[in-house]
Design a protein around this ligand. Sequence first.
Ligand SMILES: [Zn+2]
Length: 165
Amino acid sequence: MPLAIRRFPDSILKERTKSVDEIDTRVRALINRMIDLMRRQPHCVGLAAPQIGSSARIAVMDATGHPKVKESRGLIVLVNPLVEQAEGRVVGREGCLSVPDFTGNVARAARVRVTALDQFRVRFTVTLEGFEAVVAQHEIDHLDGMLFLDRVVSPTDVFRRKTYL
Ligand SMILES: [Zn+2]
């Protein structure tokens, strides 16, 4: 099954996702495809289900090896995630596979506490800081139909990506 990345302005990226009722083999297969796709994209640290055309409330992230991360928590699977607490503020440049031509400066909480289920139906709570906190907020935004373009700090904080021919 081909998994084309949905790109802005595809309408699925603007839709709120639906909670996952049961983490069955079909849902697990979707999660595995998302992890695989995230790992195959260079510099990709997260992926949300709407980006591959699914309206399930699922995201995956893994910032291992990213220069902005000192100590990564590794792979995090987020099924039905909820941000329970958010503190502080950081502004940073963000990009997205679904918005390949632009980056933008976005303000995010510096620290978030997120509760979710993993792919084995285990409920967990994780506190993330810095870059990983930003990634989690970016991915959870996707699940609420929001893109980083909706959150740039000002209209002049959107930048066309340089292309090298
Ligand atoms: Zn994105």
